[in-house]
Write a protein that binds this ligand. Structure first.
Ligand code: ADP
Length: 259
């Protein structure tokens, strides 16, 4: 008990154990402070860029926009685009911050993946009519315990990425199956892919592969960070395999339970 431990503190062994425990804790705290600071730095930088561009366009509008209809049109459109980008960033940051507080495992339901996926894909077909979403489900007996809003959020992130990075290949294959007591959903696209060395980074906040190339494709680099945080709340996992210019497969796995 405490009495015993306090009593033992005089003992040199105990003291050095306490000291090393204290050092370990301080190291952890320092790492966590540093990460927090890094995150604020990164977020500020991401927000500052569109604000600076927006300011430039507003200055243009102010000086020449009233007289020059071409500048008016161009600067207004460019400004709108930057505002959309800012909105996306703020929404992403909010979503990310919500996944950090873990009172989130409220509202858990037992979800049957097959009908849930069918429903989600119907919405996707409406949103992206030029795409073919092909689903295969293989005898899933078990259910997944999860907040359905979280499951939907992760699926939207991954499927929208598949759509965004598909280039001209408008087919997406979705497979649901059970493997070693886990329910798995894989989403395969045939688009631009991710270079092998970059795969490890795509879950990092704000990370986007080849910023120049993905500039035309809207995005914040927050989606996969959000998906990863969410899925880890449920002891699930998210894995990516990809071949550049051939396509990407994202697999979500969840602990399966009997209904
Ligand atoms: P973003 O908003 O940029 O899509 P994400 O966090 O969702 O942010 O993804 C991070 C990066 O990973 C993307 O910018 C893109 O470079 C890469 N990526 C994600 N999904 C795919 C995919 N299906 N195919 C190719 N690249 C992808």
């Amino acid at each position: 008990g405490l009495q015993e431990r306090v009593g033992n503190i005089g003992n040199g062994d105990e003291l050095s154990q306490l000291a090393s425990l204290f050092n370990e804790l301080m190291d952890q705290l320092e790492v966590s402070f540093r990460q927090q600071k890094q995150f604020v730095d990164d977020a500020s930088h991401e927000l500052r860029t569109p604000i600076t561009i927006l300011e430039g366009h507003l200055n243009m509008l102010n000086r020449w926009g009233k007289k020059d209809p071409v500048i008016l049109e161009e600067s207004l459109n460019a400004s709108l685009q930057e505002v959309r980008r800012l909105k996306g960033l703020v929404q992403g940051l909010l979503a990310l911050s919500r996944t950090d507080s873990s009172t989130l495992t409220d509202h858990i339901e037992q979800i049957r993946i097959e009908p849930f996926m069918t429903q989600t894909l119907k919405r996707m077909e409406d949103l992206y009519p030029e795409f073919a979403f092909r689903m295969k489900a293989e005898g899933i007996g078990k259910v997944v315990r999860i907040n359905p809003l979280h499951l939907e959020q992760m699926l939207l992130i991954v499927i929208e990425n598949a759509v965004k990075y598909s280039a001209e290949h408008k087919e997406i294959d979705i497979r649901c199956y059970e493997e070693q007591k886990r329910v798995c959903i894989s989403i395969q696209d045939y688009g631009i892919g991710i270079p092998t060395a970059e795969i490890q980074h795509v879950f990092d906040r704000f990370y986007r592969v080849d910023r120049a190339r993905s500039r035309e494709i809207e995005g914040t680099g927050l989606g996969l960070a959000i998906a990863k945080n969410l899925i880890s709340l449920y002891q699930g996992d998210i894995e990516i395999t990809s071949i550049e210019n051939k396509g990407t497969r994202v697999t979500l796995t969840f602990p399966a339970v009997s209904s």
